[in-house]
Write a new protein. Structure first.
Length: 346
């Protein structure tokens, strides 16, 4: 049994695999580990499990999860929590993993910002983008209208029902929300992008172009927002086009969706090999340069890396198999199929 132990007169949480990050990959670790009778405990700086999917876009539809033609991000987290429930994971929420040290017998002690200590032979970093903040356009008075007509994250699309919305950006988030809000949610949707080419998925780009051609989306390319005006809330924005002309638009909301600026935070001081705010791992088992310490999901990097949830699930599965062999080097690990054994048979 794992749980609370007293080590050197300090109360610690003991587990088999300590997971830093309670997003989709962290939660799926619980299931995969549970099949091998390994216990997990998860640490997350957010006050609830789910990571970005819960905190940033719980109502955003996801289309590339196998077996689900469409599923809302929040629903995916609910399903992952149900899948993990039989294996009784522990959680330390609202606390950020701050430091780690190795014991004489090769285990890791991880301490959070609130001083909570955890001990485990395996640590799996599943921190998504790490600590993140939205990339804000360089407009001098933008802070005056934050949460007064300017939002950097769509938490609930119903907030925009019947409203006039302007979205800036050329990536998947901007494209997907423009399509979603224009389909019967917002009164009017305008998409602004500084180029004629988009960075998002070709299918999403085509949907936007088709909706623009049919008049469902107002599309301004080769333009960007340069001025904001309003009283107690945002009222108008000014676009500057590449030909130096300007256009003033009236709106209820402006969503500058330029992505998130990721930061590893304390993890950058853990002696890991870092490449552009991502942790380098091998593709055999997604282990870092520190033996016993793994990184899975968006936080890791390797040749050919794709930042997709389904890729993170694959990494998680191989990581757990490797973790078992490190914990029990003398045990023979035989792959069993849930279709044969079910979950309770493990």
């Amino acid at each position: 049994m794992k749980g609370l132990i007293l080590l050197d007169f300090t109360l610690m949480i003991e587990t088999d695999i300590l997971v830093i990050g309670a997003g989709p990959c962290g939660l799926f670790t619980v299931f995969e580990a549970g099949l091998l009778k390994l216990r997990c405990h998860l640490i997350d700086a957010l006050p609830q499990a789910g990571g970005q999917l819960t905190e940033i876009y719980p109502k955003k539809p996801i289309y590339d999860i196998p077996g689900f033609p469409e599923i809302l991000a929040g629903e995916l987290i609910e399903n992952l929590m149900k899948q993990a429930e039989p294996f009784k994971p522990g959680f330390t929420l609202g606390e950020r993993a701050e430091s780690f040290e190795k014991t004489e017998d090769g285990k890791f002690i991880v301490t959070t910002t609130r001083g909570t200590k955890h001990i485990a032979p395996i640590v799996a970093i599943a921190g998504g983008l790490g600590c993140f903040e939205p990339r804000k356009p360089p407009i001098s008075n933008i802070v005056d209208f934050e949460d007064k007509g300017i939002e950097y994250i769509v938490r609930d699309p119903e907030f925009y029902r019947g409203k006039s919305v302007i979205i800036s950006g050329g990536g998947d988030s901007a494209l997907d929300w423009a399509v979603f809000l224009a389909n019967g949610v917002a009164k009017e949707v305008t998409l602004v992008h500084r180029s004629k080419s988009f960075r998002g998925h070709p299918d999403s780009v085509q949907k936007v172009l088709d909706m623009a051609a049919s008049g469902k989306i107002n599309l301004h390319t080769d333009a960007e927002v340069v001025e904001l005006a309003g009283d107690d809330v945002l009222r108008n924005i000014t676009l500057q086009h590449n030909d130096e002309t300007k256009t003033v638009l009236t709106t209820d909301h402006w969503l500058p969706l330029f992505g998130l600026s990721p930061k590893l935070g304390p993890l950058s001081e853990w002696g890991l090999n870092i490449d552009k705010n991502s942790i380098e791992v091998n593709t055999f088992d997604y282990q870092t340069n520190v033996p016993g310490l793994y990184a899975i999901g968006d936080i890791n990097t390797y040749p050919g890396k794709l930042k997709l949830i389904l890729c993170g699930f694959h990494e998680t599965t191989l990581m757990v198999q490797s973790a078992f062999k490190r914990i029990y080097p003398d045990k023979n690990l035989v792959l069993k199929y849930t279709t044969v054994n079910g979950v309770n048979g493990f």
